[in-house]
Design a protein around this ligand. Structure first.
Ligand SMILES: [Cu+2]
Length: 145
């Protein structure tokens, strides 16, 4: 009697506790854990994107330079690294812009049809020369800080 009760008591305990743990605790605990993990993963995935978006929209600008009557509508333009220049051809003729970087490297922006525009984003600080290979009188400078 004494032996049986001492043996049966722990076995009942272990069985009941073994059953109650996975059946009662795990469904209620796993669900919030999973949704929590998903939310964490989503927020981790979104945070860098949001940071990039906000910093890009706050810092980078797009400035337009018009080409009118075979001239640039401004002689010089100041901008910051990350900004973009949008050269727009408002002439009835083609232009073909070339940018000379501070390292004296020429970058052909290609033939620009009437009404078309071409974008250029300076990669580093310095003074850039912009010319038109069709109209040698067309010149302007871009100062990048
Ligand atoms: Cu031109």
């Amino acid at each position: 009697m004494c032996l049986l009760s001492s043996v049966s008591l722990p076995s009942v305990f272990s069985v009941s506790s073994g059953f109650s743990r996975p059946s009662v605790f795990s469904p209620s605990r796993l669900l919030p854990r999973r949704t929590g993990l998903v939310l964490l993963a989503v927020s981790i995935a979104l945070l860098p994107g949001l940071g990039l978006l906000s910093s890009a929209s706050a810092a980078a600008a797009e400035l337009t330079v018009n080409q009118v009557k075979e001239k640039f509508d401004q002689d010089g333009l100041a901008l910051k690294v990350g900004d973009t220049v949008n050269f727009t051809n408002n002439d009835p003729v083609k232009h073909n812009l070339t940018v000379v970087t501070p390292d004296e490297e020429s970058r052909d922006l290609g033939m620009e049809a009437p009404g078309a525009s071409v974008k250029y984003q300076p990669a580093k600080a310095g003074v850039y020369d912009v010319r038109c290979s069709i109209h040698p009188k067309m010149k302007m400078k871009i100062k990048v800080e």
